[in-house]
Design a protein around this ligand. Structure first.
Ligand code: CMC
Length: 457
């Protein structure tokens, strides 16, 4: 934890222009003094057992390679890939802490940009630090004007996640002045740029699909308001931001901000471990997030509800989800880590009711179907036994639909919210000693054989 003792506490504070800015590094895991013993072919290997500040102890298998063995763990189900101080999840108890603070308290009392500061710096800002940070982010929201040309190269019907992968990676071609990953100041500016510009790029990808002019960001609006303005205003008509919707949008960003070593964050770390520039690493994270088993699930929830079509078909689809021979799954249910209610889903559910009430759309047939599906699945023995609860994506999709955001944009919004988490993890890794990520394999292919010339095959 920041502030507690550790071998490698590397919190650095430097002046950046007129800003005091901190980027927090990580701690080394403490040895418990315990060892695990592995006996193979009569030979015993002692493996150190390490302990974090929370969560189960881990067995350090690093020296197994020198003994001639690798561990085998497809899907990294039992593997801790790094040390981290940023986020802690207890999936069994349904707990999510960012730098020690419970997500419920952050959702209730904080806001997305404050959480960004917390993730990056390790501690909550005081009033002055917060104002400076918010002001800095507001002054980085515009993107290079030439990026407009890049957008125009995409087909109008391109999926906005395809555009986001491209334009985020392309930022490295526009911001050469902040690409030195070993330079602390470059890393700070890049963190600011990415957090500030992601909503702008996200809204541009939507406007492009609609054939509408891009809307410039407005510095008088806060983070979520500005995003809604860039999405829904046009040069002909301003968009009046409803405070309940703006608060819900901010919560959606906040609830997605980080989730420790999930697939996209691990992708960002892996790409970053090669020394690749941060814009390229975040583009890799966006690509990983796109899949329906990860961030694409919020879009998949709405597509699934459209496929179910009517409340009377729900039982049929629940039956399909339980059939081992049918690949169909209830999207927005289940989680690799949570075997309890996802704490983010609880907050999201409450926000969902607030938004539906505010907009007076509680009778929307799709939304009613979602609520019915949730109730049935929560009571069904199969889901109860397998501890499959609604996850954050189940409700975020419903809220976003009610706000009027098209389904293809849902994962883009997830990516926008997750950006500070990706950068915080990338920075944590770069700030300390790290190795290139290079997993091994259990090879099951052909053994050595001689090449057969084409005329003899
Ligand atoms: N509907 C029906 N059955 C399910 C579901 C579901 N949504 N999720 C898991 N199961 C079953 C699965 O078939 C398996 O059964 P069995 O033990 O009989 O083989 C068991 O539950 C365990 O599932 P798993 O696939 O081994 O678990 P996992 O940890 O590898 O996968 C998951 C987690 C999220 C990929 C999976 O639950 C899933 O595909 N859910 C639907 C997609 C979804 O909502 N994804 C968003 C995840 S949360 C947002 C994020 O972090 O990105």
């Amino acid at each position: 934890m920041p502030g507690s003792s550790g071998d490698r506490q590397e919190v650095r504070q430097e002046a950046v222009g007129r800003l005091e800015f901190i980027l927090a590094g990580g701690h080394m895991t403490d040895s418990t003094g315990k060892t695990a013993q592995l006996t193979i072919d009569g030979k015993t290997i002692d493996l150190p057992v390490l302990s974090g500040t929370e969560g189960p102890d881990v067995i350090d298998v690093g020296k197994l390679t020198s003994e001639g063995y690798f561990t085998y763990d497809p899907g990294f189900v039992s593997t801790a890939s790094c040390d981290s101080d940023i986020t802690y999840i207890d999936g069994g108890a349904g707990v999510l802490l960012h730098r020690g603070y419970p997500i419920e308290q952050l959702a209730e009392q904080s806001d997305h940009l404050e959480l960004c500061y917390l993730l990056l710096n390790g501690d909550l800002p005081n009033r002055e630090e917060k104002d400076r940070f918010v002001n800095t982010i507001k002054h980085h929201t515009m993107v290079h004007e030439q990026l407009v040309q890049l957008f125009r190269g995409f087909r109008r019907d391109a999926h906005p996640m395809a555009i986001m992968c491209g334009v985020t990676g392309a930022l490295s071609a526009f911001y050469h002045d902040s690409l030195d990953i070993d330079d602390f100041h470059h890393r700070v500016v890049t963190a600011h740029r990415l957090i500030a510009k992601m909503p702008t790029l996200a809204a541009m990808s939507y406007k492009y699909s609609q054939g509408q002019p891009f809307m410039y960001p407005r510095n008088d609006l806060d983070y979520a308001e500005n995003f809604l303005h860039m999405m829904f205003a046009t040069p002909c008509a301003d968009y009046e931001v409803n405070p309940v919707i703006a608060r819900a949008m901010d919560r959606i960003f906040l609830l997605h901000a980080d989730h420790e070593q999930n697939a996209s964050t691990s992708t960002v770390r892996l790409a970053g471990s090669t020394g690749a520039n941060p814009f390229a690493c975040i583009a890799a994270g966006i690509a990983a997030l796109w899949g329906p088993a990860h961030g694409g699930a919020n879009e998949a929830v709405l597509n699934m509800l459209a496929e179910i079509g009517d409340e009377k078909n729900i039982d049929k689809y629940v039956k399909k989800a339980k059939d081992k021979d049918d690949p169909f799954r209830i999207m927005g249910f289940g989680h690799r880590v949570y075997k309890n209610y996802d704490p983010r889903a609880k907050v999201m559910q409450q926000t969902c009711h607030e938004v539906l009430g505010e907009l007076g759309v509680e009778d929307d047939p799709i939304l009613k179907m979602a609520q019915r599906l949730e109730k049935i699945a929560l009571e069904d023995e199969y889901f109860v036994e397998k501890k499959l609860y609604p996850n954050v994506d189940f409700y975020s999709g419903i809220i976003l639909k009610a706000i009027g955001i098209p389904t293809e944009m849902f994962t883009v919004i997830f990516a926008t919210g997750r950006t500070p988490g990706w950068i915080a993890h990338w920075n944590e890794m770069i700030s300390g000693p790290y190795k290139i990520g290079r997993p091994r394999q259990l090879y099951r292919g052909a053994t050595k054989r001689d090449y057969v010339p084409l005329d003899r095959r």
